[in-house]
Design a protein around this ligand. Structure first.
Ligand code: F6R
Length: 254
């Protein structure tokens, strides 16, 4: 895995946005895999700015989000569809019909998960998959012990994920406990993967992902098998890495 360590979270955001801009400029009909979460909100802000400045266009692009809560109405402010509309879709020239998320309200979530995998395949697969990482090492909502061969499916959220995401829900509101998430094998089929982590809270998970053994205990560690995976992080998230000097030495700023 290529590891890029930036001096600040702001630099991580700029570099992540630059990677997406470069991909879409090189391939206007690119298929992008998107993530929700605090890490990517400023990245999407930069993409909105880039699109408004005419640097890129999403008019021919297709997107697939990693996951969606099961049983949360799409119109709810915290559904990932709503979050993506607020952060990106409503502000850029993407065709809403090509901005995909799993339907968390589907009457048959398992059938919906199969449909989603088939839709990704029909679009020709994902060119660039953006990934955040959970404090427990999850990617998408593939929680520890997820099969490394998993496809898109329903998945119960783990307690650390519920704890981290409950801040987005009112105290008297029951946050969803299940998601439909791309599986690890689905993610691994993306032609290129960019894992982004900022802040000290991610340091242990990032170390396990990059330098630990490949194990379902840290789902992100599966990326060690990906031929084109990059981990982009700030100093705080990188603080647990043993080979920090080596990574710095091979970062040529590309
Ligand atoms: C979100 C997702 C999750 C997040 C991860 C990090 O679609 O799939 O894996 O990327 O939980 O979330 P933040 O960025 O909020 O720390």
């Amino acid at each position: 895995m290529k590891v890029l360590i930036c001096a600040s979270a702001a630099e991580v955001v700029a570099r992540a946005a630059k990677t997406v801009v470069a991909k879409v400029r090189a391939k206007p009909d690119a298929v992008l895999g998107l993530a929700t979460g605090a890490t990517f909100e400023p990245v999407y802000e930069e993409l909105v700015t880039a699109q408004r400045a005419g640097v890129i266009s999403f008019a021919k692009a297709t997107t697939f989000n990693l996951d969606e809560y099961v049983g949360l109405p799409t119109a709810h402010a915290q559904s990932y569809r709503s979050v993506m509309r607020r952060c990106l879709f409503d502000h850029v020239d993407i065709d809403p019909a090509r901005a995909h998320l799993p339907d968390g309200m589907a009457s048959d979530p398992d059938a919906e998960a199969d449909r989603y995998d088939a839709l990704i395949a029909a679009a020709g697969g994902i060119d660039l998959q953006l990934l955040g990482i959970g404090v427990n090492g999850h990617i998408g909502f593939n929680e520890p012990s997820s099969s490394l061969g998993s496809r898109t499916r329903t998945k119960d959220l783990a307690p650390p994920t519920i704890a981290a995401n409950s801040r987005y829900f009112a105290p008297d509101e029951n946050m969803p406990r299940q998601s439909i998430t791309m599986g690890i094998a689905t993610i691994m089929e993306a032609r290129e993967v960019l894992l982004v982590a900022t802040g000290a809270a991610k340091a242990a998970a990032l170390r396990a992902a990059i330098e630990g053994p490949v194990s379902a205990f840290c789902p992100a560690s599966a990326l060690q098998f990906h031929p084109r995976a990059t981990a982009l992080c700030d100093e705080e998230a990188a603080s647990g890495l043993a080979l920090m000097d080596y990574y710095r030495g091979i970062d040529h700023g590309e």
